[in-house]
Design a protein. Structure first.
Length: 396
C-alpha cells in the first residue's frame, strides 16, 4: 500500500553555543565517520519544537505533560461547575484520572511526611510519572467527574463509566501527542505510537569543544579589594548541523482522527498538524545557555521531500566529514555534498520523492537549487500542507 511520508532535512550553522549539554555541562558529542561531532539530542529538538507550537497553534490543540495532571483537570472541573470547591475538585480529578489511566494520583511522599510532622498545608495529588493529556481529554475527564460527583467511587466502579474514562483519554489527541506519542506505564492500551521521528542533529564536520574563562566583578567592591567576585568556565562549540525528521502522515491521521466540524474537510487536522510541525521544526532552537551565547540562527537550507514508501535520511553524505579551506566555511561544501548524494541514493534505490521543496539562503547553498521547487518558508508550509491533504484525499 502506498504510504505518505514527509522527510525534513535541515542544514543550520550555530555559532559558539552550548544548546544541549551533558551531565558534566559539556556540549553533547558523538563519533561519526571516525571523528568527534557536535551533537544536539533528538529530545532537545523535540522539546524546542513542542514549545514552538505555542506560536502557531491554539492551546486547545495542544497537550500538557506533567505530574500535576490532577490540578489541570480540577481547574476544568471548576470551570464547568464553580460550586465545587478546590479540595473536592482535586479529589474528583484524581479519581477520574486514575480510572482513565490506571495510574495512582496521590500526594507525593514528601507531602505525607510534612503532614506527619504537623504541617497540614494542602498538597495537590500527583502522578508518579509524567502524564501527557490533551486539553480536550482533560476537559472530557472533567465533564465525566462532574457527572459522577455525588459518589465518584461508585460511579467509576461501574464498567461503562470506567470504559468511558479510558475512551476519553484515548481519543481527540492533541497535535503534539499525535506527533510525538505517549507512553502510559499503567495502561499500555492507551499508549500512542509517535508519528514523527527526530534524529540527533550532528555537525557535518569534526568539531572541538572549547572553554571560556569568565569573571564577574562585585559592583560594591572597594577599590583596594583585588580580584573578581566570581570566576568560572563554560564549555562551548560551534557547528554546521545536519538535522533530520520524518513524519508518517498515515499514522498521524490515525492518531488525530477526522475533522471535528461538519464544515471542515476530514483532512484538515492532519494538514494543520503537518504545517505546524514543518514550521516549528525548521524555526525552533533549543534554549540551553541562550542567554550566554545568543545563538539565535535560522537554517541555511531546508530540503523537504514527500515520499510514498519509507523515510530516507541523507546523513550519509557527511560520513566523510566536511573539511574547510581558507576561502570557504562549512556550508558551501556541505551543500555540495548533499546535492550530489541525494540523487545518487534516490537513483540507486528507485526512491525518488513525489515532491521536493527547497528553502535556501545565500550563494553558499546554490548547489541545492536544482533539487526541487525553490520556496520561502510560508510557501513551503502551504505547499507541504496542500500536497499532504491532496494525497490523503486520493488515498481515502
Amino acid at each position: 500500500m502506498s504510504r505518505i511520508i514527509l522527510d525534513v532535512h535541515v542544514l543550520q550553522t550555530v555559532p559558539p553555543s552550548n544548546i544541549n549539554r551533558d551531565d558534566t555541562g559539556s556540549p553533547k558529542r558523538a563519533v561519526y565517520g571516525g571523528v568527534n561531532r557536535a551533537r544536539v539530542s533528538s529530545q532537545a529538538w523535540k522539546r524546542a519544537t513542542r514549545e514552538a507550537f505555542r506560536d502557531v497553534l491554539d492551546p486547545s490543540e495542544l497537550g500538557t505533560r506533567t505530574k500535576r495532571v490532577a490540578e489541570l483537570v480540577a481547574e476544568s472541573i471548576r470551570r464547568q461547575d464553580d460550586s465545587i470547591e478546590q479540595a473536592e475538585a482535586l479529589a474528583l480529578a484524581a479519581a477520574t484520572v486514575t480510572a482513565a489511566t490506571g495510574t495512582k494520583i496521590e500526594p507525593p511522599k514528601r507531602a505525607k511526611k510534612d503532614k506527619d510532622n504537623g504541617n497540614d498545608e494542602d498538597t495537590a495529588p500527583q502522578s508518579s510519572y509524567l502524564m501527557f493529556l490533551s486539553a480536550r481529554q482533560r476537559d472530557g475527564l472533567a465533564e465525566l467527574a462532574v457527572e459522577g460527583r455525588d459518589d465518584i467511587a461508585a460511579f467509576l466502579k461501574a464498567k461503562q463509566n470506567k470504559d468511558r474514562a479510558k475512551r476519553i483519554a484515548n481519543t481527540r489527541h492533541s497535535v503534539d501527542i499525535a506527533l510525538f506519542g505517549r507512553m502510559v506505564a499503567d495502561a499500555s492500551d492507551i499508549n500512542v505510537d509517535a508519528s514523527a521521528q527526530v534524529a540527533h542533529a550532528i555537525s557535518v564536520h569534526a568539531a572541538d569543544t572549547e572553554s571560556d574563562y569568565y569573571t564577574a566583578v562585585d559592583d560594591r567592591r572597594e577599590d583596594d579589594e583585588p580580584g573578581a567576585g566570581m570566576i568560572g568556565t563554560v564549555e562551548f562549540n560551534s557547528a554546521t548541523l545536519y538535522r533530520y525528521a520524518a513524519v508518517d502522515v498515515n499514522r498521524l491521521a490515525e492518531n488525530l482522527g477526522a475533522g471535528l466540524r461538519d464544515e471542515q474537510p476530514g483532512t484538515a487536522p492532519v494538514r494543520r498538524a503537518v504545517e505546524a510541525f514543518v514550521r516549528a521544526f525548521v524555526e525552533s532552537m533549543p534554549t540551553g545557555k541562550s542567554n550566554t551565547f545568543a545563538n539565535h540562527t535560522l537554517p541555511d537550507a531546508v530540503v523537504v521531500k514527500l515520499r510514498d514508501s519509507r523515510p530516507v535520511s541523507f546523513v550519509g553524505a557527511f560520513e566523510e566529514p566536511v573539511t574547510q579551506d581558507e576561502k570557504s566555511g562549512q556550508v558551501r561544501e556541505a551543500c555540495r555534498k548533499l546535492s550530489r548524494y541525494i540523487p545518487e541514493v534516490e537513483g540507486a534505490y528507485g526512491a525518488e520523492a513525489v515532491a521536493t521543496w527547497v528553502l535556501r539562503v545565500g550563494e553558499a547553498t546554490e548547489d541545492l537549487a536544482g533539487l526541487g521547487d525553490e520556496v520561502t518558508l510560508g510557501d513551503l508550509v502551504d505547499g507541504v500542507g496542500e500536497a499532504v491533504a491532496r494525497r490523503l484525499e486520493t488515498s481515502a
